[in-house]
Design a binder for this molecule. Structure first.
Ligand code: URA
Length: 436
């Protein structure tokens, strides 16, 4: 088989066979296909697309390009959860203990933040002592005992994606639905879960700017799950403004604990309850979505989910007192600055991307892969879309261990649009995409 023939086939609108695709992925991982030919095929896929069979074959070949985790030793249905990334997205920290308290088992691999979006692993490292690397045996024991574990992604998982993503990033081929869907789903499938719940973010702060494209991506991932025998459900959820009121690391952990204690902002409660309920439903632990939602509500109100969170933190070496006294256990910032409204009116828009950039510039995120971050840095939003504001009133606070840079303050201030016309709070969950 010659790589140039695969490029020509796809360039001319043909369909790649599973054998073609295995040859391609094998060559990518072994380094026997030069980057220019890999890139040429990626561009041909970008313009010509792939049918469901090709995307499933690509995902399967990528999944088996490295280690595949075997969770079959853990009794029960193991459900993984994935978010396509957003600002203030602390969903994993809340949805996993909620679902675990309802009987779901999850062994989740998470990433670090890059650019304007945060990462769950960074957030968890704000808890003193928390370890994000566990041996496979420790991971399995913890999932059996506590119900869930969250660890950093291992090096050997889907090596093909590392090569392809790096090339996509520099060849203008990131925004291809088959390539995104196979990239995400191969990592989920290699993670070993029986079923998958996807939180596909839509809006200015997200990868998918509009509902139509997000719907297409979700349908592509659900179809991959169907073909490869893993039940996959996707929720399409809003990411125009940040989720909840906190963006950063330590402050997001504090907000997650607030929700598990029965408080927290409405949008965050609604989204995390919907994600946890979908995990319960896809695992077959409730007959309907409404019943699943009711179990999740009880797990939150009774404190059962909070106790799962405490057990999880302690099992991974963290200080469990964070649950009762987050203020004293988590790192605190030395500097705070408020952003105020310059006129009376209503918040009509709050640009999630700009808020994420503000938090990153204050030190909460990283511009390059290996940069250090300030776990105490972040943003707290006093006002969100639909809130009335008076001139001089505080819109948001930005904080850090060191003095907050001017560009961070400016980004936060520019994130707000204040208008005269009253607008309502936007919806948080748009729709669910799943097989009937
Ligand atoms: N997230 C991924 O893991 N892969 C993509 O291609 C896009 C988003």
């Amino acid at each position: 088989m010659r790589m140039v023939d695969l490029i020509l086939k796809k360039r001319d609108g043909g369909t790649l066979t599973a054998e073609d695709i295995r040859f391609f992925i094998d060559g990518v991982v072994r380094g026997t296909i030069p980057d220019y030919q890999v890139s040429a095929l990626l561009m041909a896929i970008f313009f010509r697309g792939m049918d469901d069979g090709e995307v499933a074959a690509l995902t399967e070949a990528m999944t088996h390009s490295g280690d595949v985790i075997d969770l079959s030793g853990i009794p029960g249905v193991k459900v993984d959860k994935h978010s396509t990334g957003g600002v203030g997205d602390k969903t994993t920290l809340i949805a996993l203990p909620l679902a675990a308290a309802c009987g779901v088992r999850s062994a989740k691999m998470s990433g670090r933040g890059l650019g304007h979006t945060g990462g769950t692993i960074d957030k968890l490292e704000a808890i003193p002592g928390f370890r994000t690397a566990l041996s496979k045996e420790a991971l399995i024991r913890q999932v059996e005992r506590v119900g869930f574990a969250v660890v950093g992604q291992t090096e050997g998982l889907v090596p093909a994606d590392k090569v392809l993503y790096a090339l996509r990033d520099v060849t203008g081929t990131v925004e291809s639905i088959p390539l995104i869907a196979s990239s995400i789903m191969s990592k989920k499938l290699a993670g070993g879960a029986d079923a998958i719940v996807l939180d596909v973010k839509v809006g200015r702060g997200a990868f998918m700017p509009d509902l139509e494209r997000a719907r297409t991506l979700a349908a592509a991932m659900v179809a991959i799950g169907r073909r490869l025998g893993k039940k996959t459900h996707a929720l399409l959820t809003a990411m125009d403004q940040p989720l909840g009121r906190d963006v950063g690391n330590a402050n997001e952990v504090r907000e997650a604990i607030d929700v598990l204690r029965g408080g927290g902002p409405d949008d965050l409660v609604e989204l995390t309850s919907a994600v946890a309920a979908e995990m319960v439903f896809v695992a077959g632990l409730a007959p309907t979505r409404d019943a699943a939602l009711e179990s999740v509500r009880r797990a939150r109100q009774s404190g059962a989910a909070l106790e799962r969170f405490r057990a999880f933190v302690e099992a991974q070496g963290g200080d469990g007192r964070v649950v009762d006294d987050p203020e004293h256990v988590l790192p605190t910032p030395a500097y705070r600055e408020a952003i105020v409204a310059h006129e009376d009116g209503y918040v009509t828009a709050l640009d999630a991307r700009r808020v994420g950039e503000a938090a990153m510039r204050a030190g909460a995120g990283r511009a390059t892969k290996d940069a250090a971050i300030d776990l105490a840095a972040g943003v707290h939003l006093e006002k969100k879309i639909g809130d009335a504001v008076r001139r001089g009133e505080v819109l948001a606070t930005i904080f850090a261990t060191r003095k907050v840079p001017e560009d961070a303050r400016r980004a936060l201030s520019e994130a707000y649009t204040i208008g005269r016309a009253r607008v309502g709070a936007p919806p948080i969950v748009y729709e669910t995409v799943a097989d009937a």
